[in-house]
Design a protein around this ligand. Sequence first.
Ligand code: PLP
Length: 457
Amino acid sequence: MTIDIAKISELDRRSVLHPFTQLKDFATGKLGDPTIVETGKGIRIQDAAGKEFIDGFAGLYCVNVGYGRTEVAEAISRQAYRLAYYHSYAAHTTDELAILSDRLVKMAPGKMSKVFYGMSGSDANETQAKLVWYYNNLRGKPKKKKIISRDRGYHGCSIISGSMTGMSFYHDHMDLPFSQIVHTGVPHHYWGGHPGETEVEFSKRRAAELDELIQREGPETVGAFIGEPVLGTGGITPPPEGYWEAIQAVLRKHDVLLIADEVITGFGRTGSMFGSDRYGIEPDLITVAKGLTSAYFPLSGAIVGEKVYQVMEDAADRVGSFSHGYTYSGHPIGAAAANAVLDIVENEDLPGKADTVGSYFQAQLQAKFAQLPIVGEVRGVGLMGAIEFVADREKKTRFDPGLNVGARVSKAARDRGLIARAMPHGDILGFAPPLVITKAEVDELVSIAESAVRSVM
Ligand code: PLP
């Protein structure tokens, strides 16, 4: 099919309200025409003009199995022909849904019991908040409602998940954050560590700050803590050494639930099946989305631990039905897509690949970028990585935001056929390629990124 680029651009500009886009610049053409993405294969996408890009960000850290996987497309098509839809209210199910749920409960870290399904990471985190409130109401602790998240955490953009998101520019002019959400310090040693402070000492300080925050708010008012095992949108930042161990000790002390937001880190990205496995996290609730279906179909899950679920079941005679759900909860096509994707994740050992190819990727990033005069830190784990640019390495000073260094590097990469994301916080170039990337493709990606970075130096 040939796409009429001018016509589609015009229709789009007239009618699509694009997320995270400067509306005036788009409307007046300053941002140029929309990129009409037409096809994808492996780690590459192609636009309607025939230009090919290495997708160094797997869409939005989600197309983990790569583009154009016929196994997944066929599973979706088979299910659509067989039964396009049925709901999962009042004990209805499908074979794909039951099989998927059993797999998720068994593969997830911690002692998990059930999976509640949504369509996006945002709505799954919204569900997590309701579960925390429900659980504490049912066990007679109705004041225990506040949820603590971290500065620079990203958890979505609905009312509650957007409030959990700890970057103010996601809140501006939108009347967030919601009052029950409280923020604590970001675990980023490069910017937050005191001179001479080790990572372990810094982690203990962050945990002590959390302890103080809970004491100040009143432990009887704090229901949960939410965190990404590796901070994603807030700058692709792995936790400092000892961080999760110290944080979990504080949460246990105050009877505060831990929600692991595994929307990016789930299903292999860090080199383990879950980020929680990698960092010794034992969550009470787990949020999954993105990699669950590799974005071939919108599907998310709030995986509920035994401790929380048992309270819900025990109270059922008293409180009646669990009254939460969406028309599309447990959509059979989503479940079929997820089962096909998990087959690939397991059969091709994508967590193992993200570990070995990821180690190579991290070593290449370090080798090519860490010593450049405009680079402050190169960091990452598995197949997620970041280069942070600074004006002065010694003094650790940021570039003037007006210089748009991160955005300029990202644009230079794009002009050279590589999509690497200018992260929204600071001058950071982020990478999260599909987990099927090979070492040769890593070399190609890194070499284009190097040329892009050098072009703005
Ligand atoms: N949680 C994390 C860690 C995310 O990275 C994202 C999205 O990037 C979300 C939640 C929200 O997911 P969605 O965009 O599907 O609502």
